[in-house]
Design a protein around this ligand. Structure first.
Ligand code: NDP
Length: 519
């Protein structure tokens, strides 16, 4: 089996314009060990411009493959991913430090499904739509809504899910018939490079998918050249990307940060709620945009819930992933994130919170933080209002469900949310009151796996959404087509104007629109 370094070397050699790459490249660190596993080019603005020209040149041929031709390549890629799953998992683990299980379930599981889903549903979501009109002037004409690929799509991704969040968005963009340039996070570029290699093996034509490795400036340069930008990352960078996209008047789809609340009502199955709170706050070491970041528990069940969660979190093993089943909580991928996590815990403690378990960086090699439960928290604390993005779970006692809803909505974020109650009708009613792009009842995060449902944030958590029909139509422009089959020499309303024709039209409009009732 070839090593990650070998794949990256091949990619570096094959990449089109290494002359335009700046300095000595970007070292990629394994956060679980501190080792440098590869070095990738730091591509400058000139290289991005060259890639954009190549991507544009390659796009018409790819569009001409049609839905069937493109779907065939994606289905081959799906098989390739399954055949190479362990190699991809190793690559993800090597650059993120996450556990093998987190890489398998939330990355391979997601992408495996996504290749097949978009291959099948792309044609359906983007099929020409025959439209009927209430407009009397177009009676008898053929009216069509057509989706056409925008051309060259830029995808900019974060470091927490190199396959799901960086690469994942390329799949529908490609299925729609676009060329794509993906700018992965400088922290985790290797998975994207490996997937690009896989797609080439599966028959994707040259330059239809290119990987622009680099730092923030490379991402900024990409926005200058593409026809649409799909951005996933922090709200702060998302705003910058939106501003630059606005200057160029290109569409931007933004999937940004979150501070997802979990509401535990007094009639909840507490054992299930505690298991879900533990898993969905600590999974991926809490580095998921839709992690449970704060919990509100109704007073009567608060003590029992806290006791259960503390016991479960205390039992988790944290450290270097050595294979499946070795640890539950992996590394903190992005070095500055560790400082944010420590800051949020220290801020809470300084303001009167209690740490029931964890609370500290794990000493020794690698970058790890202990799975942490914090209580006696309130909204003066950063851990309840700002995105922590780490293995921490602050739990707050509330008087009732109304207070839980008020506090859950008291956030500038609005990505996901969850409600736990055995009364599912009540749970759903409360879910509907939450300002969140997705809300789960007696579950959490699972909505993300449902590719048929839109996934996007409210408020500062984003603009637009991925998945569902909108998740592929956003990579297209809409074209209205009107075809006149019964073509007379001229229409009756044309020149010369005649009073008799105008009276007839007035009568027709009155008959059509003046009856005061719905058709
Ligand atoms: P960042 O916003 O720091 O970076 C995201 C990407 O943008 C990276 O590739 C980064 O490059 C690049 N970038 C940086 N500056 C610019 C710029 N000026 N113009 C264009 N691109 C730029 O986010 P993180 O990587 O830290 O990711 C974590 C964040 O992502 C969290 O807030 C998380 O909630 C959010 N997220 C949201 C998801 C969602 O679906 N809503 C899913 C997953 C994560 P580089 O890394 O090289 O600096």
């Amino acid at each position: 089996m070839a090593s990650v370094e070998q794949h990256v070397e091949e990619e570096i050699l094959q990449a089109p314009s290494r002359a335009s790459a700046t300095n000595g490249g970007i070292p990629v660190e394994n956060p679980a060990t501190g080792e440098i596993v590869a070095t990738v080019p730091d591509l400058g603005a000139e290289a991005v411009a060259e890639m954009a020209a190549r991507g544009r040149a390659a796009q018409p041929e790819w569009e001409a493959y049609g839905f069937d031709g493109r779907a065939r390549v994606l289905v081959r890629a799906q098989k390739w991913l399954m055949d190479n799953a362990e190699r991809v998992v190793e690559t993800i683990v090597s650059e993120t430090g996450k556990t093998y299980e987190d890489a398998q379930l939330a990355e391979i599981g997601y992408a495996g499904n996504a290749f097949g889903f978009w291959a099948k549903m792309g044609a359906e979501y983007l099929a020409d739509e025959r439209v009927k009109s209430s407009q009397v002037l177009v009676k008898g004409k053929k009216l069509l809504l057509r989706y056409r690929p925008l051309g060259l799509i830029g995808v900019i991704g974060p470091w927490n899910y190199p396959l799901t969040n960086s690469f994942g968005d390329c799949i529908p963009a490609l299925m729609a018939g676009n060329s794509v340039i993906l700018k992965p996070s400088e922290i985790t570029p290797l998975t994207s490079m490996l997937l690009a290699e896989g797609l080439r093996e599966c028959g994707l034509p040259e330059n239809v998918l290119q990987i622009a490795t680099g730092r923030g400036e490379t991402g900024a340069a990409l926005v200058e050249h593409v026809d649409m930008i799909m951005f996933t990352g922090s709200t702060k960078t998302g705003r910058k990307v939106a501003e630059e996209a606005a200057k160029r008047l290109i569409p931007a789809s933004l999937e940004l940060g979150g501070k997802d609340p979990m509401l535990v009502l007094s009639d909840a199955d507490l054992e299930r709620a505690a298991n879900f709170a533990t898993y969905y706050s600590m999974q991926n070491a809490g580095q998921t945009c839709i992690s449970i970041e704060r919990v509100y528990v109704e007073e009567p069940v608060y003590d029992e819930f806290v006791a259960k969660v503390s016991e479960k979190v205390r039992a988790l093993r944290v450290g270097k992933p050595e294979g499946y089943g070795s640890v539950e909580v992996g590394a903190i991928t992005f070095p500055p994130q560790l400082e944010t996590i420590k800051d949020h815990v220290a801020d809470a403690v300084q303001k009167g919170a209690r740490v029931l378990t964890g609370g500290k960086q794990v000493p020794g090699a690698g970058r790890f933080f202990e799975p942490t439960v914090i209580v006696d928290v309130d909204h003066t604390m950063k851990c309840m209002t700002e995105e922590t993005f780490g293995p921490t779970l602050p739990i707050m006692k509330v008087h009732d469900a109304d207070e839980a809803v008020r506090l859950a909505n008291n956030s500038h974020y609005g990505l996901g949310a969850s409600v736990f109650s055995k009364d599912t009708a009540r749970g759903e009613a409360i879910a509907r009151r939450l300002d969140a792009g997705a809300a789960n009842v007696n579950d959490a995060m699972i909505n993300y796996t449902v590719l048929e449902l839109p996934m996007g944030g409210a408020k500062a958590s984003g603009l637009g959404s991925r998945h569902g029909a909108g998740g592929i139509r956003k990579y297209c422009s809409q074209q209205a087509i009107v075809v006149t089959k019964l073509a007379m020499k001229k229409e009756p309303f044309m020149y010369p104007y005649k009073a008799r024709t105008s009276r007839m039209l007035a009568g027709l409009f009155k008959f059509m629109y003046g009856r005061g009732k719905r058709d």
